[in-house]
Design a protein around this ligand. Structure first.
Ligand SMILES: NC(=O)C1=CN([C@@H]2O[C@H](COP(=O)(O)OP(=O)(O)OC[C@H]3O[C@@H](n4cnc5c(N)ncnc54)[C@H](OP(=O)(O)O)[C@@H]3O)[C@@H](O)[C@H]2O)C=CC1
Ligand SMILES: CC(C)(CO)C(=O)C(=O)O
Length: 302
């Protein structure tokens, strides 16, 4: 299976790198500076699940145009529209696109552009970032990529992907209810990135100050999701709260890590989109609004 990974950042570099390590046919579509870094230093993964240095195949947009079987879409949301243009030449009749971005809005956009049949559901749980040398640093026990048919169930094509994804040093999980998984992850990340960026802190000190704000943010966000008919399970807020309690003291969201580097955030794509939905459905969301305003002010000052 010919796999194209769009973006060799933290997520694309980690999961794409684990596939290269296994020996799969993976090419990274990158931009010039990243290509230079990868050519000179290799794709380096420093991980609690094992370090590796790889020399992956890379291309720049427009080079080596052939249709790929599978495209892992792993850019930030603010690069989404440019990145779409970059992958268009590599999409053939049989190509499947598996997005790994946090949030939900991009699925509707991809379905509208390429047709529902070409888009798989996808998400990942991994705490990863690029260090100043461009190495992927992966720091906590969880490292799972989930994928599946947006219409639910299984199919010959996702079973074939499962086969290709098997036997790596990371966890690839074929989900038969990926849309629910995506919304559950969206609930988790909206709250976790929101609270860690609001407090400018890893989760440990925030928990010590009291968990009420975290619980309220989960509840508020879940209320919006239920109002729009998102398929989230009863009691998911409590389950997510338990997951938050289990995180290491130093655990940070990728949004906070980006803030620490003065990078842009995905506030519009994650919190902002939910607030638009809240307004449309007349749901009050004062805490989420505060979280979002904090991110907007940060963006203005950076
Ligand atoms: N990091 C994490 O722990 C997690 C992140 N996520 C989500 O995954 C998504 C990706 O995040 P993450 O990997 O952290 O982001 P990074 O910024 O680390 O990586 C994104 C990569 O995309 C590349 N890129 C952007 N536009 C293009 C383009 N047109 N062509 C080629 N490459 C491009 C960037 O390359 P360049 O170097 O050229 O800018 C960058 O290397 C986000 O939605 C995030 O919320 C989900 C779970 C965990
Ligand atoms: C919370 C976490 C680390 C889980 O994967 C995440 O998705 C992010 O920070 O972007």
């Amino acid at each position: 299976m010919k796999i194209l990974v769009l973006g060799a950042g933290a997520v694309g570099g980690y999961f794409g790198g684990r596939l290269v390590e296994k020996g799969e046919d993976v090419t990274f579509l990158v931009r010039e500076a990243r290509q230079k870094q990868l050519t000179e230093h290799g794709l380096v993964i420093n991980s609690v699940h094992g370090d590796v240095k790889l020399q992956p195949k890379t291309i720049l947009a427009g080079e080596a145009v052939i249709p790929f079987d599978l495209i892992l879409f792993a850019t930030k949301s603010y690069h989404f529209h440019n990145a779409i243009e970059a992958i268009k030449p590599y999409i053939g009749d049989q190509t499947l696109i598996l997005p790994l971005l946090n949030g939900y809005q991009h699925f509707d956009q991809l379905k509208e552009m390429f047709g529902q049949e070409k888009i798989l559901g996808g998400l990942c749980f991994v705490e990863a970032t690029l260090n100043e040398n461009g190495e992927v640093v992966q720091t906590s026990p969880t490292h799972q990529l989930s994928f599946g048919e947006l219409k639910g169930g299984t199919s010959v094509r996702v079973e074939a992907i499962r086969e290709v994804f098997s036997g790596t040093k990371t966890v690839f999980h074929l989900s038969e209810n990926i849309v629910q998984d995506i919304w559950h992850k969206y609930l988790f990340i909206t709250t976790l990135s929101g609270i860690t960026t609001l407090m400018r802190s890893a989760i440990g000190p925030i928990r010590e100050e009291g968990e009420t704000f975290i619980e309220q943010l989960f509840e508020e966000t879940a209320t919006i999701m239920r109002a729009v008919g998102a398929p989230i399970a009863d009691g998911i807020e409590r389950k997510h709260m338990e997951t938050v309690r289990k995180q290491s003291y130093t655990m940070k969201s990728s949004m906070l890590r980006d803030m620490e580097k003065s990078y842009p955030t995905e506030a519009d794509h994650i919190q902002g989109y939910l607030l638009q939905l809240a307004e449309q459905h007349r749901v009050q969301a004062p805490l989420l609004t505060l979280v979002y305003r904090n991110l907007r002010v940060y963006e203005k000052n950076n």
